[in-house]
Design a protein around this ligand. Structure first.
Ligand code: F0G
Length: 461
């Protein structure tokens, strides 16, 4: 990677959106009113919002100009064909089924392939993917390599799927038992870690050998391709677009949340390489849930911004700046000894809350406590990915089951914040670190059975 100190952002700012920081006393009150759940805060009460990199992108002048060319015809709008062309160019895929966002594409895919009692294999399925599998009384199976779950490992491709385990699963099952393999690039659930080209190629041959379809969850595909260029010497002279084309050639299709690497605020799609029969089946479901085949729940203008964003998302100066900024924040934190997941992934920095607040046991929710502290100390919003998000109460024993990791994600929106914002985030964390002994942990006082981190309420200990 080029030295970030040697150059600046590959864009300048045409329009600004004011943000305000509430004073400490106001923040203390607002977070109490929110039940100590940052999802309940009003966005305007947040100074730097790192809740997600999804749908939070700043679009370019080119995308906004494209919005004015939205063709709002019910059927056959020109923007759909521009989207189709973008997919052929970048992914080499013939058929695209637009959807209102990524999980809607997952819904169509799972409706087509997955039924009760089946297993769906992946490196690590994202939450909504798991949700769609479980809703069909099927079982999500995650086969990420061991290094992928080891925060101390510096493996360059921690999103890789364990190929031996994959072959075991495929060999010992029929297509009726295991209908589908999904590889998520980058792997969000372990920190935005990339998947190697070799790994995707090998997974693809296994899927072919045992006659199962392989799909890519492409939400952050461009970031994944950029990592391949950086970390696999074989690809250092290839363009990101060429890498993408090769990567997608190994799969039968993909789902995509366009709210990430396609640089738009809403949208998604399901795509197929060349299987017309699958495409026509998908369209049946799309029409019921999303809309006619050429708009799928999106306005013509949204389709245009998406078509243009797909191209911009593969531009290498953009990717260098984007991933460079995430890594810049990572360096600021490691320089101060703040424990984060290494190597830093593509879309955010993940703090290891158990190490950062070692005096707070997992039962006292160190991740949620740190997320709350970030808001109290600096007006920053981050998301807990630990006990609240992934822990649950075992119905048989009534006991809390704790996840392996207790992380807080600082997801960085694309093209939105400056390096000075990153510096401020780092300074806030350093300041929290200085007074951390005074932080006591939290407990849950209200929760729902499913997806509790969106709705739970907490009390300070
Ligand atoms: N797949 C991955 C890898 C994701 O990260 C997400 C969303 C989805 C699918 C679902 O897409 O939101 O458009 O329906 N991730 C967001 C996040 C919500 O914050 O990481 P969607």
């Amino acid at each position: 990677m080029r030295n970030r100190e040697m150059y600046a952002e590959p864009y300048r700012i045409k329009m600004i959106e004011p943000i305000k920081i509430r004073d400490r006393e106001t923040r203390e009150k607002l977070i109490v009113d929110a039940g100590y759940n940052v999802f309940n805060l009003k966005a305007e009460d947040v100074y730097i919002d790192l809740l997600t990199d999804s749908g939070t992108t700043a679009m370019s002048a080119n995308q906004w100009a494209g919005m004015m060319l939205g063709d709002e015809s019910y059927a056959g709008c020109r923007n759909f064909f521009n989207l189709q062309d973008a997919l052929k160019d970048i992914m080499g895929y013939q058929y695209v089924v637009p959807t209102h966002q990524g999980r809607a594409a997952e819904n169509i895919l799972m409706s087509m392939f997955v039924g009760e009692g089946q297993r769906v294999i992946g490196n690590m399925h994202f939450d909504t993917t798991e949700g769609h599998i479980r809703m069909r009384k099927a079982f999500p199976v995650n086969l990420v390599i061991d290094e992928g779950l080891d925060t101390a490992s510096d493996h360059p491709f921690k999103g890789n799927i364990n190929l031996e385990a994959l072959e075991e699963e495929l060999k010992n099952s029929t297509p009726a038992e295991l209908p589908l393999v999904i590889i998520t690039v980058t792997c969000n659930s372990n920190g935005g870690q990339p998947v190697a080209m070799d790994n995707i190629r090998a997974a693809s041959s296994l899927a072919k050998k045992y006659k199962r379809p392989l799909f890519i969850d492409a939400a952050r595909y461009a970031e994944n391709c950029y990592f391949i260029k950086q970390r696999d010497p074989h690809y250092s002279n290839h363009s990101v677009k060429d890498i993408a084309r090769e990567m997608f050639s190994y799969a039968d299709g993909c789902t995509m949340s366009s709210k990430k690497d396609a640089l738009v605020n809403i949208g998604g799609f399901l795509a197929f390489r060349d299987n017309e029969e699958w495409y026509e089946r998908a369209v049946q479901i799309q029409i019921c849930y999303e809309g006619f085949r050429t708009y799928g729940g999106l306005a013509g203008r949204d389709l245009e911004a998406l078509a243009r964003g797909l191209h911009e998302g593969t531009e290498e100066d953009y990717l260098e700046d984007r991933i460079g900024q995430v890594h810049y924040l990572g360096r600021l934190l490691t320089a101060e000894g703040i424990p984060i997941v290494l190597p830093v992934g593509g879309h955010g920095v993940f703090i290891d809350a158990l190490q950062f607040l070692p005096h707070i046991p997992q039962s006292k929710l160190p991740g949620q406590t740190l997320a709350v502290e970030l808001y109290r100390a600096g007006g920053i919003r981050a998301i807990e990915l630990g006990t609240c998000a992934f822990g649950y109460i075992d119905q048989a024993t009534g006991q809390e089951v704790y996840p392996q990791q207790e992380l807080v994600r600082l997801a960085i929106p694309r093209r939105v914040y400056s390096d000075r914002h990153m510096r401020y985030v780092a300074d806030t964390l350093i300041e929290i670190g200085r007074h951390k002994e005074a932080i006591k942990g939290m407990k849950i006082i209200y929760q729902t059975e499913l997806m509790r981190h969106f709705t739970a309420r907490f009390a300070l200990l």
